[in-house]
Design a protein around this ligand. Structure first.
Ligand code: LUD
Length: 280
């Protein structure tokens, strides 16, 4: 058997087309959604992602502004910018691209963003709302993963979902989202006794650890859905956390890297920004 390839790029394109219609309506009411992205320093990957976000905003008609700040920016300067964006009612979404340079305190920066403009869903208020299932913004990569699985018409309720990785940005929130969809969820991490054995029980396997080609063919139950969140740069090419070439021989469906989860992350950011503007 060879797996169905889940085309994240095409699904993200469909979502952007739907969003463009909603943005046109908001714009006709004089309420064009506005996203402000803050990029500190020269991280090459961050520059690529921020450029993609900007291009996607343009495509759907969201007004986007990128604040490019020098590597040496101080904590006080960054907090000052966030305060100004919080107070500006043309700004519906604020995103501070991570990671920040080492001298800056990420936690304090995230806490400073107004929860109502926190389209990344990283503020503790939104983290708490996700945990209790009471609305709020959901982190974009987990939201994109759930949307991909739903649009692929994979059943979720009662299924075994295994997440490899427990980051605040992907692992923990994606586990919460699938729990909310009534899956039975297991989270694996560096101290898990036998990750391969846990993975083999998965109907839906989500790999989000940042280890190139960690997930091998014998980790995957035949017919399982495999979602690869890894973006690892190895010798100038991008490699996922899943050994795609061998896993596609056993999986029922699999996301490629690139062209899987990445474009969905950006589509969900646009969706959150449109929602923020519609609520404002
Ligand atoms: N920080 C993110 N840091 C990194 N891949 C992204 C991402 C698109 N505050 C904040 O945007 O949500 C965030 N909010 N993140 N990420 C990762 C994470 C952040 C990663 C990849 C892509 C967003 C993407 O479009 C392409 C793909 O997989 O097809 C490949 C792009 C390439 O590198 O060539």
């Amino acid at each position: 058997m060879t797996a169905k390839i889940i085309d994240g790029k095409a699904i993200a394109q469909e979502i952007r087309a739907d969003l463009a219609k909603q943005v046109a309506k908001l714009t006709a009411q004089g309420r064009t959604p506005g996203l402000h992205v803050v990029l500190v320093g020269d991280n090459p990957a961050s520059k690529v992602y921020v450029r993609s976000k900007q291009r996607a905003c343009e495509e759907v008609g969201i007004a986007s502004t990128v604040h490019r700040l020098a590597e040496e920016t101080t904590q006080a300067e960054l907090l000052d910018l966030i305060e100004r964006l919080n107070a500006d009612d043309r700004v519906h979404g604020i995103l501070v691209q991570l990671p920040l340079p080492g001298h800056l305190n990420e936690e304090e920066v995230i806490n400073a963003i107004s929860p109502a403009k926190d389209v990344d869903g990283f503020h503790p208020i939104n983290v708490g709302k996700l945990q209790t299932g009471t609305g709020g913004f959901v982190p974009c990569t987990p939201a994109g993963i759930l949307e991909l699985v739903k649009r692929t018409e994979v059943p979720i309720a009662g299924q075994n979902v295994v997440v490899i990785g427990r980051s605040n940005i992907v692992g923990k929130p994606v586990a919460t989202l699938f729990l909310q969809e009534n899956a039975t969820v297991t989270i694996c991490h560096s101290r898990t006794k036998d990750v391969a054995a846990e993975a083999r029980r998965a109907d839906i396997l989500i790999a989000a650890v940042g280890r190139p080609k960690l997930v091998k063919k014998d980790w995957v139950k035949p017919g399982a859905v495999v979602i690869d969140v890894g973006i690892n740069r190895v010798d100038g090419t991008i490699v996922g956390d899943v050994d795609f070439d061998e896993v596609k021989e056993v999986a029922g469906a699999i996301t490629p890297v690139p062209g899987g989860v990445g474009p969905m992350t950006i589509a969900m950011l646009l969706k959150a920004t449109v929602e923020a503007a519609a609520k404002a």
